[in-house]
Design a protein around this ligand. Structure first.
Ligand code: ZN
Length: 278
């Protein structure tokens, strides 16, 4: 089953609808795979070129692309984990797509046609994909920000109300990357690698119970999940207010948890340890 991303806009991000026609350069489709992964297909409107982000499986992606009449030109990889790359070989064989991925994340990585890293830009039709390194979940994890569309493909670096576990790094590695993502415009929409939002909201609420924006969002997330709908894309402006991992340098939030004067890396490590044990 595939679900149109636009349904998520209607429930979560009303402002998107108002600006949609003027700025639209990517039409983005969510393809759920495995137990809770999302693969994204995106068609650039000027060129008709289609990209696919993190195909952890090939068959459901090929099936959805065929339904849409879309030919996949490019495969983007955020990091080496199997649930993000296991479908790459088959998908490439079936479509002849160019595979672009992180040069700094070579472990178990399928053969890349183009290796990219932090600060690189990839032209895709009229769209520009800016590569932003966010290290810690894996050593070389990258994200892709589509500047025209203001869409961030965040892999397992940033989730709605959460961030990826620090498997190959520390809070000190992760924090500068999270700050780079936080610098993106409030209007940006975040397309994450997993549907983890409900659990993330439960954890965030446990450490930030008075946050009215978080409470409102919890209601929306519960409604969407009850309908079997994705909670994504997330709105980055809202994430800046409710995602504890993006607020580790908030002095009041840090003080509330006994980290007065230690906001930033130390408080981020504390929040991550709390989530890991949640
Ligand atoms: Zn991962």
């Amino acid at each position: 089953m595939a679900i149109k991303a636009s349904v998520g806009y209607m429930s979560v991000n009303h402002s998107r609808q108002m600006t949609k026609d003027a700025a639209m350069s990517l039409e983005i489709e969510i393809v759920p795979i495995l137990s809770d992964n999302y693969v994204y297909l995106a068609r650039e409107s000027a060129s008709g070129k289609v990209l696919c982000v993190d195909p952890g499986e090939a068959a459901p992606v090929l099936a959805r692309a065929e339904e849409l009449g879309w030919d996949i030109d490019t495969i983007l990889i955020t990091h080496h984990h199997g649930d993000h790359v296991a479908g790459v070989k088959t998908l490439k064989a079936a479509t002849g797509a160019t595979v672009i991925g992180p040069g700094g994340d070579s472990q178990d990585m399928p053969a890349l046609d183009q290796s990219v890293g932090d600060g690189d830009a990839v032209a895709f039709g009229d769209e520009t994909l800016r590569v932003i390194g966010v290290y810690g979940h894996t050593a070389g994890h990258i994200t892709y920000y589509a500047e025209g569309e203001q869409a961030l493909f965040s892999g397992d670096a940033l989730f709605s109300v959460g961030c990826g576990r620090f498997f190959e790094g520390t809070a000190a590695d992760m924090w500068p990357g999270l700050l780079k993502l936080r610098d993106l415009p409030d209007a940006a929409r975040v397309y994450c690698g997993h549907e983890y939002t409900a659990t993330n909201v439960a954890f965030a609420t446990s450490i930030d119970s008075q946050n009215a924006d978080l409470q409102r969002y919890a209601g929306i997330v519960a409604m969407l999940r009850a309908e079997g709908m994705p909670t994504l894309p997330a709105n980055l402006g809202l994430e800046k207010k409710i995602n504890p991992f993006l607020r580790a340098d908030d002095p009041d939030f840090a003080e509330m948890h006994g980290f007065k004067g230690q906001e930033g890396v130390a408080f981020l490590a504390h929040i991550r340890a709390g989530k890991d044990a949640f």
